[in-house]
Design a protein around this ligand. Structure first.
Ligand SMILES: [Zn+2]
Length: 193
């Protein structure tokens, strides 16, 4: 059995033992808010934003970007489950700043093995085959963190399925300190109308 699989199942056993009365939690988030953030392993929204089970929705993808699928989740979050305030939280040192569509498409077209990175950028270490399918995906990479937060808050705020009375707050999580730093331009755009 995989070491990771063993570890996860053992950790889950401990979790179940201390589960307490969490089985009684209702489905709608008790604190009525949602966070859209990056999947980066260094970010733990439950810790950096003080969440317990049942408190809030956390939607994660590479970059914490306002993709069509993130918007699908946010719309369900308010329309069916009653969230009233949203956060878009990107972060410093995001992997999404290290490549662009062209680089990713090139890497995937040459090999499906894990690439490596050094001062000169990304390299394929192994031979193919790769796949051209990467050309059909918008990888939603990031050039500038403040810009990407502003862009995503603006997209969410202007989306026809998002009601104007939901405020959307724009923040950058600092990986060095754990601090949330406001992007004032994004929060201004995200203000409830
Ligand atoms: Zn990231």
């Amino acid at each position: 059995m995989s070491k990771i699989l063993n570890e996860v199942l053992a950790a889950n056993k401990d979790y179940v033992n201390d589960f307490g009365d969490k089985g009684e939690l209702p489905m709608p988030p008790g604190r009525h808010f949602a966070i859209l953030t990056c999947m980066d392993a260094r970010l733990d929204p439950a810790k950096y934003a003080g969440l317990s089970e049942g408190d809030a929705h956390v939607i994660r993808n590479a970059g914490g970007r306002a993709s069509d699928d993130a918007i699908r989740s946010l719309v369900i979050s308010y329309k069916l489950l009653g969230t009233r305030e949203w956060f878009v939280i990107h972060h410093t040192d995001c992997g999404m700043e290290t490549f662009n569509d062209e680089i990713m498409r090139g890497l995937l077209s040459s090999s499906l093995k894990t690439a490596s990175v050094d001062a000169d950028g990304w390299h394929d270490c192994c031979e193919g085959p790769g796949s051209a399918e990467g050309k059909y995906i918008d990888w939603l990479t990031i050039k500038d963190q403040e810009e990407s937060v502003l862009e995503d808050v603006t997209r969410i705020k202007n989306h026809p399925l998002v009601p104007s009375d939901i405020p959307v707050y724009g923040y950058i999580y600092d990986c060095k300190s754990g601090r949330l730093i406001e992007v004032p331009a994004a929060t201004a755009v995200g203000r409830a109308g």
